[in-house]
Ligand binder design. Structure first.
Ligand code: ATP
Ligand code: MG
Length: 551
């Protein structure tokens, strides 16, 4: 590789949206300003796909010294709830972004949007249609004009007013834009702008009997807020012509819409509707069930905001539809947790080991490093005594060759403590090992080992008398197929063993002071965090991710 290329590669690479913005800035469009927005509909919690939209909108504004609005696209009173508004705000902030001034709401523009609609009617660009939904659909297919298309401005104004005041029942009529019933783009075949809904709205209450369609509210909301670049996902590409038509007819400020591809992740569903179904039908315990791909669930599971942002960065921004590997997300997660997690020990399937040459009641304090990856992270104390627990899997009566764990006659190092040798073991009537008897090598203490012994295996362990009994939740993928629902109902692809609860695990005693923000690496097992189900009687730990891929 020439020096030239490597120098160029060091320069920050711009994605295609950033390149467009640079061009706009160079030719003075938008006064070289960048003002983006993230426009969620508050009808559910945000998922990992939304994290992409958040990172793209906020990230690009940050890069160009611009601003980002958080705007709730709350035009549909059916499904929107204040709970979701609060959840979305928290998730955006947790991801590390702050919107400009206060959050905005499309519902704050209801009056303005209504006035705009009246303007269209006055210009002869919109009309009230009393046809049934079926009729309208048939006519659309047949490229045939509705018989209401040619009515007078006065009639349309009066009927639109009656829609607003509630004089007409739901389903009686709608307001349509008068565009082109022959347009190749179906969205331009006189789309509906308003429908009657006699329903209270989470913010405007009973004020309105009509509500704007998303397509009528969206473009104008961007215009009202002075958004420069309306970044959205590819499915809105055909809508752009409609937004542009509205803005041109109204003669108002025009943002530039730019579409990018959605984030799709294998083994994952990123559709709010389906995630909602999982919650409502009880396939998961809630929107924040740690197996869910929602931001709130990922936070609970122990994901860090940095790991999600790095993942989105690595997945990239383009117009190409693609499925990203969940392994990439987990790679970014491990990479970050490795830097920040406190190392600790936890035994999932305890097997008692008696160290026979330590007298009963005698304990020694072992000093264990908190995080070898982080300077100044300190250390903590681990009590070591006559009785300890190791994993059942770490002992075998009759081991194969190259088994470097514990077996009769074999030696292992206890992490952060001494080398022990197995002298004997006890079994129950079925032959299960119930207890292992060992002796420790006195001058083999970790850090001051003068024994000269070389042992290949190192085991994690906890003191049997001082360990903390805890519950540990081990998660596997929520779906067992890479593309859930590709060839059946996605519910049939749910993984029946996505949750394993280990209710009799033991951790080091210092974990009793763990707090929700702490991240742990349970040595040899994975990364963990405290779950919100913890109580003073029992702490519960979530496995955020295993230590290695495909563990
Ligand atoms: P869903 O399909 O899950 O219901 P949505 O698009 O209807 O998502 P909105 O609340 O309208 O949900 O989304 C807010 C913003 O997030 C939109 O601009 C949308 O394009 C973007 N977004 C939603 N899903 C994804 C995704 N998978 N990848 C990237 N952006 C997304
Ligand atoms: Mg949407």
């Amino acid at each position: 590789m020439s020096e030239n290329t490597s120098n160029e590669e060091k320069k920050e690479k711009l994605n295609f949206i950033e390149e467009m913005i640079v061009e706009h800035n160079n030719n003075g469009r938008f006064g070289a300003k960048v003002h983006t927005r993230f426009p969620p509909e508050p009808n559910g919690y945000l998922h990992i796909g939304h994290a992409k939209a958040i990172c793209v909108n906020f990230g690009i504004a940050q890069k160009f010294g611009g601003k980002t609005n958080l705007r709730f696209d709350d035009t549909n009173p059916d499904t929107e709830e204040t709970e979701f508004v609060d959840g979305i705000k928290r998730d955006v902030q947790w991801l590390g972004f702050q919107w400009d001034s206060e959050p905005y709401y499309a519902s704050d523009y209801f009056q303005q949007l209504y006035d705009y609609a009246v303007q269209l009617i006055n210009q002869g660009d919109a009309y009230v249609d009393f046809s049934s939904a079926e009729e309208m659909d048939m006519e659309k297919r047949a490229a045939k004009a509705s018989k209401y298309r040619g009515r007078s401005v006065e009639d349309n104004l009066s009927d639109f007013e009656k829609m607003r005041t509630g004089a007409y029942e739901e389903g009686t009529c709608v307001l349509r834009a008068k565009i082109d019933m022959n347009a190749d783009n179906w969205l331009l075949r006189d789309p509906i702008l308003y429908r009657i809904k006699k329903m209270a709205h989470h913010r405007t209450g009973d004020k309105w009997n009509i509500y704007p369609m998303y397509d009528w509210a969206h473009g104008q909301s961007d215009s009202i807020e002075g958004i420069t670049h309306s970044l959205c996902t590819l499915e809105f590409e055909p809508h752009r012509a409609l937004y542009d038509w509205c803005i041109e007819k109204l003669g108002i400020y025009a943002p530039q819409q730019i579409e990018f591809s959605r984030l799709n992740l294998n083994y994952t569903i990123t559709s709010k509707r389906k995630l909602k179904e999982l919650v409502e039908k009880g396939f998961v315990t809630g929107w924040d069930d740690p197996r869910m791909p929602t931001i709130t669930a990922m936070r609970r599971r122990g994901y860090t905001p940095a790991s999600i942002r790095n993942f989105i960065e690595k997945a990239g921004v383009s117009k190409r539809e693609q499925q990203i590997e969940i392994n990439l997300l987990e790679f970014c997660l491990r990479e970050d947790l490795n830097k920040v997690a406190t190392r600790a020990m936890c035994v999932l399937q305890p097997l008692k080991v008696i160290i026979t040459n330590i007298p009963e009641g005698k304990t020694e304090e072992m000093q264990v490093e908190n995080n070898p990856e982080m300077e100044g992270s300190g250390s903590h104390i681990m009590p070591f005594g006559r009785e300890i627990y190791i994993e059942q899997d770490d002992f075998m009566i009759d081991p194969p060759k190259k088994y470097f764990r514990l077996a009769p006659g074999q030696m292992v190092r206890l992490k952060g403590a001494y080398i022990i040798q197995c002298d004997n073991y006890l079994t129950d009537a079925e032959g299960n090992v119930t207890e292992v008897h060992c002796s420790y090598i006195e001058n083999s203490r970790s850090g001051s080992d003068t024994s000269g012994l070389k042992v290949k295996g190192t085991l994690h362990w906890v003191s049997a008398t001082e360990a903390l009994p805890v519950e540990v939740r081990l998660y596997d993928r929520l779906f067992s197929k890479a593309e859930p629902g590709a060839d059946c109902n996605y519910l049939d692809d749910l993984n029946p063993t996505s949750l394993e609860v280990v209710s009799t695990a033991y951790t080091e005693p210092f974990l009793k002071n763990a707090s929700a923000d702490d991240r742990f690496q349970f040595m040899r097992i994975g990364y963990f965090c405290l779950d919100k189900d913890s109580s003073s009687e029992k702490l519960v730990f979530n496995r955020t991710v295993s230590l290695k891929e495909g563990f």
